[in-house]
Design a protein around this ligand. Sequence first.
Ligand SMILES: Nc1nc2c(ncn2[C@@H]2O[C@H](COP(=O)(O)OP(=O)(O)O)[C@@H](O)[C@H]2O)c(=O)[nH]1
Ligand SMILES: [Mg+2]
Length: 321
Amino acid sequence: MRTRTFRGESVQAIMQQVRDELGGQGLILNTLRKEESVIEIEVELVSLDSEGCATEAEEPSLADIADLARDTDAASALVLNRVGRDIQVICRRYLTGGESDAEMLAKGLGEALSFDASMPPKARSIALVGPSGAGKTTTIAKLIAHIQAAFDTSIGVILADQSQSAQEMSLEIFAQIVGVPAVSVDCGLDVRQQIPEALARLRDCELVFIDTPGVGAREENRLKYVERLLDGCHDLETMCVLPAPSDAKELSSLAQAYRRFDCSRLIITKVDKTGFLGPALNEAHRSGMPLGFVTGGARVSDEVEPASARRLAWLLLRQMH
Ligand SMILES: Nc1nc2c(ncn2[C@@H]2O[C@H](COP(=O)(O)OP(=O)(O)O)[C@@H](O)[C@H]2O)c(=O)[nH]1
Ligand SMILES: [Mg+2]
């Protein structure tokens, strides 16, 4: 992938540079606020890619993967080693005699887990909650990009995480580039009023994403703060964001601590970074939370895709090779 980084003082000035130099062909990959008056935008050079660079190999079909898996009895090993006992028991019904079959594994996962990737959702506002660094902000940007490309839905964002560093994606800048109104909430005293007021300001938007501050499982004060923040908000769906590369105990304490948020779906991030999806799937199974999306990649143009049993079977079997 050919990329280029542009720097400037304002989004308008940088986007003008992008238009002048790339003829409007750039795809936004990342947006950072380096300093108060320095904005950095990373852009993929789309036109160069399509002419000169090899495109990524197409994803093999489930049948191809099953063939590969059969040789090494991969699915059985996977079921034994990478997912928890409860899921194993269900998958074993389908993977009889140690036979490795991706379709059968997908059937097992389909029974062990539930899925809900409906988007746009039924609720008007969606808050993503999760630990710092889980990928909440990046996932919101990815979802916005996908929804804008597919639907005619007017989107807004509420920026409730004030602790962004110069290395982290700035959702404020991204929103400005893609024409999405953004309202920052001030972590003042009257925390319960903040989101309803921001939602009122975004009353013309059909769908509003809320980017919340990261909270660890043992950070009781921060957990209470986010709880209060979302408390007065009606017509809200909360999604729990858990990074796949985490240990099972940590995921379990996070899921437990987040019960107070009444999350209706789970997003598993960073599946590109780990060979072990098992702990995250175990948590989905244990909590009974439907899986919404899985993400793979640090940039906005990287994957956020609907979670499905077939896709998870593919991801799990891919990790065997
Ligand atoms: N490899 C990989 N990195 C990701 C993914 N999602 C986010 N990141 C990176 O993880 C870091 C934290 O992401 P961010 O969205 O700021 O997390 P937040 O603190 O939960 O908002 C950033 O460097 C992101 O680029 C993903 O799916 N895969
Ligand atoms: Mg964030």
